[in-house]
Ligand binder design. Sequence first.
Ligand SMILES: Nc1nc2c(c(=O)[nH]1)N[C@H]1C(S)=C(S)[C@@H](COP(=O)(O)OP(=O)(O)OC[C@H]3O[C@@H](n4cnc5c(N)ncnc54)[C@H](O)[C@@H]3O)O[C@H]1N2
Ligand code: MOO
Length: 411
Amino acid sequence: MPPLLDIPAALELISTSAHALAEETVPLHEALGRVTSQAILSPEPAPLFDKALMDGYAIRAEDLAQSAGLSTSSLSPSLRVTGLICAGQTPSKSLAAGEAIQIMTGAPLPSGTTAVVKIEGTTRKEDLVFIHESTAVGANLIRRGAVMQPGQLVLSAGQRLAPQHLAGLAELGIVTIPVKQKPTLAILATGDELVPPSEKPGPGQIRNSNETLLASLALQAGCEVQRLGIASDSLDELTLKIRQGLAADLLLLTGGVSAGMLDLVPQALTAEGVEKIFHKVDIKPGKPIWFGIKRQPKTCLVFGLPGNPVSSLVCFELFVKTALRKFSGITPTIAPAIEALAAVDEKYTSDRPTYHPAFIDSTGSSTTARTIPWQGSSDLQATLSANGMIYFPANSPPPKKGETLLAYRWC
Ligand SMILES: Nc1nc2c(c(=O)[nH]1)N[C@H]1C(S)=C(S)[C@@H](COP(=O)(O)OP(=O)(O)OC[C@H]3O[C@@H](n4cnc5c(N)ncnc54)[C@H](O)[C@@H]3O)O[C@H]1N2
Ligand code: MOO
């Protein structure tokens, strides 16, 4: 038997086979979860004007200098109040020596202002305000352009847009966003034993959990998902559904890729003109994974994922996500592992590189990870208490508590 393809080589083949998708523009309110296709530069400064950050008085801090630090009202410096500015108004006069202008949070500063003193640090007596709080130059105000200059980079290309990104764009008036097209991803579960989750399985049958798993992973990864349902182990039925799936950017099949008599997926794909790039990788779980590409009339990447649910999950996280990242221009294309400390003495060893379901905890001062009890690639229920996986290199002593290990978060 020739040696199995190793994981880095498989990832590299996926990365070079996948192409970057075209771009489109979408309105801001439709951009959540999409990936920027170009760097976005700011058209204007932020904030747009010098503004108060507290309710209080705009002052010239220099006026307080000789009395700074005094705390009794009788000895506090006083300034003459010459006006009031609320948020949304514009100052009608500037601030002269010895003057203060009452101001509200978010209101534009009158020219000459060098600080804002909080209302709590003052006492008002008619048109005089007594300042009890030492207030340094620059206190409680922000200058025009202090957080963003025109032409400054707001977001790089390849950024998946989260709520805070959209709000940042909204603040700058950027309402048309250049993004990568959404990848279309079709899912086909194969196997005579499968029934939909809503049905009671007959003798020897099981519920199709992989469609729910893969569709959810794909939706979370920003894909447009097409569910092709279940194909029985017959070439005719497989072929019909594969033809439908090849219209997508990416087709995922589960089951039927190992060595069983009815493992027909590789042959059905080849017959439909899908060129095999690799079959089988030195990984656990997921060894029987099949990967290929249909080039004409439209490019479609095809993964035959092993039927065991945890194999499908691990293969999606590692392999399918690499293709999706390339589609959207997310860099690096191959997602890096995170370094974590073993939370306990680990026991797991294997002669195959293994991705073991794990719980990763970032709530403390350092990120820790520990494996969860798991009975192998068919044990989907174990993953309900996991949020990621730990990488165990082949034939290596498992990490002891406190030693560094490599982990991946599922998200
Ligand atoms: N002689 C060998 N047998 C097996 C090998 C091997 O190398 N030589 N590999 C094993 C490994 S590892 C895995 S993983 C499985 C993968 O096999 P297939 O991809 O061909 O998948 P099936 O045989 O169709 O199914 C495996 C298992 O998963 C269940 N399954 C299938 N589809 C679904 C679904 N949609 N939802 C939930 N569960 C599903 C299926 O009923 C089987 O129990 O092969 C080993 N055998
Ligand atoms: O390697 Mo298989 O994917 O363990 O079940």
